[in-house]
Design a binder for this molecule. Structure first.
Ligand code: GLA
Length: 742
């Protein structure tokens, strides 16, 4: 997979269908030679343009800056004359921050290096991986930098990170440490990003890349609702099936920066890593710092192939949970059902009714602890509220278990309310700048979990609750962003470490809790989907996608999320109408089809549902059990996007062996005087014959599809001719087709 060509001084990383080539120019500079479709030739160093003027510095130091101005640098450095955006900046004790990295050897290993305290990809049990360690150094600063590139034998992604080590005898201050850069020629690129807000996370946006900067970032201390740590560079007009696509996705849950810079010579630099705003990391002599991983993917066959590469990578090489490939219990969460107004009786009423309908787990959301009667108080007081949970937590859980259901619980462990016993006892535990009134958000502060004693206390409280009853699921929430960044514990020259330390602390807490409860099903959440990122997937196999449970809004949110994430990771529930976020009415049936593209569950009060809606729940549960493997383990294909066409949405999941597939179609807007649509399907074996069956929500069974499409059709016909979708009466109507090898 990875080889070094001594004569040519080139490193060639070959994945299943791609090649990534790094050259060493002038015996010193690591340069980017090629990334794209797998190529057979080795010597492509000419692609770094080192044979043309401006000459390399050893020949022409007179114009070294001209060289640095255009050389495709593999890991650009700060302050020596590459005036484009750089990846690394380090200041020494005297305040100098010029930095130049020269090649210093390499190693190729089949043992993937471990990055302490960080979420990271790993080889599958039977599969092989190889890692290139490219050593660079700056003798003036006394800094060693290792660029890491890992390829897995079964996947097209390349995973990158960087380790920097202080080899001097004085402290160094790292003020910028990005994880990856690709410096390439412009292909008239378009930039694809995922952006949004609370209740409308990860909407896809696409813009042409002009001269200058474009990108996404977060300084909110978490990934954020607003932007996502993903960059997609697409050749102009690339679609789901055609065109060049370069993706970068960051395995991290805090402040990030993803930048694209198109420069004077039309070259494009694409980079991703920890946001350098407010970031400084002190490296004492001998210490090292590892950046989180960035996953780069190239697809020469459009966006869809990039998507499937990410899905497979995350399913096979990132998610660790024992639930990874297992069926998740169909849950019912009481948040939208009751908000804070619940007690043991109410929860048991919901559980009793749910268990009769086929629902498998009750999740008790916010409001079960301290005096948490609303969202103004009690975060940090992780003791069961005996007035609400009469009989105690164990009694409630036992009663739920007796109904044959599992039990799950909500926590927001990183927070502290000013009106809480914890805050009254430890006002210094909140993140704040001394002398400044810290801003509140949802009337809460953030705990300084970078401090060991605070982390220990909270982990202990969570574990104590979890050991007190048979709790099999935790929803870990985080409902505000970080501001007023101050820790009473960090010294002045380490204060710039707080944001990153905070993220490491979240990882550490989840790691410790999972070590104590290895079979716990953990679902991360952050005011909906503000911490939906690959970092969290390392700890939780599913993440709450958005507080917006409206099926139609979800089409966009889930499309953007599924661009990178397997459907098995997307928390999705059926809720009531009019929807609590947008007031829209959608048929119960459609709400179920849309939630099926995720973990599937309910977020409503079953005791208050109409008989008609309630009657559909057993059929929906059947639907989930029938198609769950196909949906979560299969290949995802986008067929049509409501955000593009304004009328309808369609996507498929196809079994890896191409033997069956599921098509979800949602007619968002009916169109007058329009009889039917022909849509072309994807992912079949060309010559195999397939039968189309329709899922019937009334019976929970399948029935033949249209009378004139009863006969088996070949994969080629389905993919090129397509199938008919007849017009449905009304808006927001859904259809589920199971297409099976005949
Ligand atoms: C966040 C979550 C919701 C719910 C509330 C509880 O907004 O995203 O699902 O848990 O907190 O306060």
């Amino acid at each position: 997979m990875i080889k070094y060509l001594e004569k040519e001084k080139l490193f060639k990383i070959d994945t299943v269908t791609t090649s990534y080539i790094i050259g060493i120019a002038d015996d010193k500079y690591a340069g980017h030679a090629y990334y794209g479709k797998r190529i057979p030739d080795d010597d492509v160093s000419y692609l770094m343009r080192i044979n043309e003027p401006p000459f390399v510095p050893s020949v022409n130091n007179r114009d070294k800056l001209s060289f640095l101005d255009c050389f495709p640098m593999e890991y650009p450095t700060h302050g020596v004359g590459d005036f484009r955006e750089d990846c690394i900046a380090v200041r020494n004790k005297d305040g100098y921050s010029g930095l130049e990295l020269f090649y210093d050897g390499y190693e190729i290993t089949d043992k993937k290096p471990h990055l302490d305290g960080l979420p990271q990809t790993f080889p599958s049990e039977s599969g092989k991986s190889e890692t290139l360690k490219l050593y660079l150094k700056d003798d003036v600063l006394g800094l060693k930098v290792t660029l890491l590139y890992t390829a897995f034998e079964d996947n097209d992604a390349i995973v990158r990170s960087v380790i920097m080590e202080n080899s001097s005898s004085d402290p160094l201050y790292v003020t910028k440490a990005l994880s990856a850069c690709i410096d390439m020629d412009n292909k008239d690129f378009e930039l694809m990003t995922l952006n949004g807000s609370w209740a409308r996370e990860r909407h896809i946006q696409r813009n042409p890349v002009g001269i200058g900067f474009a990108g996404v970032s977060s300084v909110r201390g978490e990934t954020s609702h607003q932007h996502h740590p993903f960059l997609g560079l697409l050749s102009k007009g690339a679609d789901d099936d055609h065109g060049d696509v370069y993706g970068m996705h960051f395995i991290y849950s805090g402040n990030f920066k993803g930048l694209v810079y198109r420069g004077q010579f039309d070259n494009v630099r694409m980079m991703m890593g920890i946001n350098d705003e407010d970031f400084t990391w002190k490296l004492e002599a001998g210490q090292s710092f590892a950046t989180p991983e960035v996953v780069t993917v190239y697809s020469g066959e459009g966006i869809g192939k990039m998507t499937r590469t990410y899905h497979d990578l995350y399913r096979n090489h990132l998610i660790r949970s024992p639930y990874k490939d297992k069926k998740r219990p169909i849950l019912i969460n009481n948040w939208e059902a009751t908000y804070f107004d619940f007690n043991t009786d109410k929860l048991l009423d919901i559980a009793r009714e749910s268990s009769k309908l086929g629902i498998e787990m009750l999740v008790m959301d916010d409001g079960w602890f301290g005096n948490r009667y609303d969202d103004n108080r009690a975060l940090g007081d992780w003791f069961v509220n005996g007035d609400k949970i009469k009989g105690g937590l164990k009694y409630l859980v036992d009663e739920v278990n007796k109904l044959g259901m599992k039990f799950g619980i909500w926590f927001e462990p990183e927070m502290i309310s000013p009106d809480s016993d914890l805050y009254r006892e430890h006002p210094d535990w909140a993140i704040a700048i001394p002398g400044r009134t810290a801003g509140l958000c949802r009337n809460q502060y953030v705990l300084d979990i970078t401090r060991d004693e605070i982390r220990d206390y909270i982990v202990e409280r969570v574990c104590d609750i979890l050991s007190s009853a048979n709790i099999e699921y935790v929803k870990w929430d985080m409902n505000r962003q970080l501001a007023d960044l101050g820790s009473l514990y960090l010294p002045a020259d380490k204060m710039g470490e707080l944001s990153h330390r905070y993220v490491l602390a979240v990882y550490d807490m989840q790691e410790r809790i999972l070590a104590r409860f290895p079979n716990l099903l953990l679902e991360n959440c952050s005011g909906g989907g503000a911490r939906f990122d690959p970092g969290m997937l390392y700890y939780s196999p599913q993440i709450w996608c958005s507080d917006d449970t409206d099926a139609i809004e979800r089409l966009k949110i889930q499309e953007g999320t599924a661009l990178l994430y397997p459907l098995s990771t997307m928390g999705a529930h059926v809720s009531v109408c009019p929807n609590h976020t947008v007031g829209r009415n959608t048929p119960f049936e459609t709400r179920g089809y849309v939630a099926l593209a995720g973990t599937f569950g309910y977020e409503l009060d079953v005791t208050k549902l109409s008989d008609e809606d309630k009657a559909m729940i057993p059929a929906q549960c059947k639907m989930y059990h029938k198609y769950r493997d196909l949906v979560t383990l299969g290949d995802y294909y986008r067929i049509a996007s409501y955000s593009d066409n304004g009328y309808f949405d369609a996507y498929m999941t196809v079994a890896k062996d191409r033997s069956e597939s599921l098509l979800t179609f949602v007619q968002v807007m009916n169109r007058p005087n329009h009889h039917s649509r022909i849509i072309k399907l994807k992912g079949f074996d060309s010559n195999e014959k397939y039968l189309i069956k329709k899922f019937n929500i009334e019976t929970g069974e399948e029935e033949p599809y249209l009378s004139y499409m009863k006969k088996p059709l070949s994969g080629d016909t389905l993919m090129n001719g397509g199938i008919i979708i007849e017009n449905m009466w009304g808006d927001n109507r859904g259809l589920l087709l199971h297409i099976v090898k005949a």
